[in-house]
Write a protein that binds this ligand. Structure first.
Ligand code: NDP
Ligand code: 2IT
Length: 445
């Protein structure tokens, strides 16, 4: 490893103790961009480019008190990490999940910076959330939490400053409660959040965008290698926003999707997952995915197991970070899987990623493949600024072009550094080059 890169990695570990996911994300980027750094080492050192890249511009942590339906008070911790604004206002989701902590927020905000650069849209990188667990909470409790969370967060966000959206545990319902409270506090009707309802400033396609984008870029990558989603057997993990619309688009493109999952287990439906049933269980009843077998008796549910044990051609991990480890990767390869396209953020461990690459499995990292969601968020921001709305077909066409553009950048950046086919390196290099150029243009800030 180049000495400068090693020094920065050591510094990141020392300054951010107990944040293994952040270390993992930074290490992957630094490993990838090493050939670029080697070429420009003197300039980067003099301008402390890497030191600035790994340090968030601002990181906010705050108390979120709220009362449950029995009048009992709870205190959660809220975060917003505003990582990099070289390319535009901070942009990135909010996650409500018990695992949320400073380290997971830093990793997600760091990744978001490069992802957003790849979209070509004018957006910087940020992320936020809370260790609040929405599971089993009533609508009123979720509303009370969202209102308290926004009462603090509103001081730090704005349509030209920082524009949050959804992520794990934050969907249309939560964005509504958050938006209502923002408006009440500021008296402004403005595009401060994306993923809004279609009647109050939301964009068509935003709900579907991440999952659809995963399939669009998967098809680009497969086509470049003489393959296609049409007729492929696909395994999907998760059953939330990203997973649901990845299943739907993959099926529209002719694939047979045989699994969905949640943190308890997975469903295997050899006849193809019925996406309407998944939506009914997850979006309407907010129940566990195991319910699926009650409605589709020919499907099976495997408690405590992961979808990666089934035979498939293409795997789409759409749940959470590090959900696919080396053992899972070995199972997938042994069963003939030839492509992995990440719908979640960093769902594949580093060991599993290295194994896929060694085995010549086509591998597209999340910061490229799940960028469709934030890309359509940027289109929603543009519509809000212009006080206009666009048709489903228009926005979907833009999404397809953006995903095609990301594929081209990622594959050609890898070729530029003699690493053709290494899309992890390609995505990191292409994102890095854009962010660093803007940072250089804007001086020592
Ligand atoms: P949702 O909250 O809608 O869904 C998350 C899904 O993942 C649920 O089915 C959840 O099940 C499952 N899950 C959580 N933890 C695990 C686990 N340990 N093992 C298996 N399944 C698990 O979130 P999203 O679909 O929005 O987000 C999914 C991923 O995609 C995240 O990594 C997110 O950062 C990323 N992403 C999301 C975007 C978006 O637009 N929403 C954009 C780009 C990336 P359970 O109910 O059991 O927790
Ligand atoms: O990880 C992500 O890109 C998201 N959760 C979507 C962010 C956004 O601002 O739409």
């Amino acid at each position: 490893m180049l000495k400068y890169v090693r020094e920065v990695m050591d510094m990141v570990r020392e300054m951010n103790p107990g944040e293994p996911e952040f270390h993992q994300a930074v290490k992957e980027v630094l490993d990838s961009i090493e050939p670029v750094v080697r070429k420009h080492e003197k300039e980067y050192r003099a301008n402390r480019v890497l030191e600035r890249l790994v340090e968030p511009e601002r990181s906010i942590s705050f108390r979120v008190p709220w009362a449950d339906d029995h009048g009992r008070l709870h205190v959660n911790r809220g975060f917003r990490v505003q990582f990099n604004s070289a390319l535009g206002p901070y942009k990135g989701g909010l996650r409500f999940h018990p695992s949320v902590c400073r380290g997971s927020m830093q990793f997600l905000a760091f990744e978001q910076t490069f992802k957003n650069a790849l979209t070509g849209q004018p957006i910087g990188g940020g992320k936020g959330g809370s260790n609040f667990n929405p599971k089993g909470k009533s609508d009123r409790e979720v509303m009370a939490f969202c209102q308290s969370f926004m009462t603090e967060l509103h001081k730090y966000i704005g349509p030209n400053e920082d524009v949050p959206a959804g992520d794990i545990g934050v969907g249309g319902r939560e964005i509504g409660y958050l938006y209502g409270q923002y408006k009440r506090l500021t008296n402004q009707y403005e595009g401060v959040l994306t993923g809004k309802g279609l009647d109050w400033g939301g964009s068509l396609v935003r709900t579907e965008a991440t999952g659809y984008g995963v399939c669009y870029i998967a098809e680009e990558m497969l086509n470049a290698h003489g393959k296609t989603l049409n007729g492929a057997v696909v395994a999907v993990s998760g059953s939330g926003n990203v997973a649901t619309y990845a299943v739907q688009k993959a099926q529209q493109m002719g694939a047979k999707v045989v699994t969905v999952s949640d943190s308890n287990g997975y469903i295997y439906d050899p006849d193809g997952i019925k996406v309407d049933i998944v939506k009914e269980i997850k979006e309407v009843r907010r129940a566990r995915i195991s319910e699926y077998v009650k409605m589709v008796p020919t499907a099976t549910y495997r408690d405590g197991k992961k979808a990666w044990e089934v035979k498939c051609d293409v795997a789409l991990p759409c749940a959470i970070q590090n959900e696919l480890n080396l053992d899972d990767a070995m199972d997938l390869v042994a069963n003939g899987c030839y492509a992995v396209v990440e719908g979640a953020n960093m769902p594949t461990t580093r060991e599993a990623t290295d194994y896929f690459q060694k085995k010549k499995v086509l591998f597209m990292p999340g910061k490229a493949s799940n960028a469709g969601g934030v890309a359509v968020s940027a289109l929603e921001m543009a519509q809000n600024s212009m006080r206009t709305r666009r048709s489903f077909e228009d926005v979907d066409a833009d999404l397809q072009n953006i995903m095609k553009g990301i594929w081209q950048q990622v594959s050609s950046a890898a070729e530029d550094y003699d690493m053709a086919g290494n899309y992890v390196a390609g995505a990191n290099i292409a994102g890095f080059r854009k962010v660093v150029k803007a940072m250089r243009d804007q001086g020592w800030v």
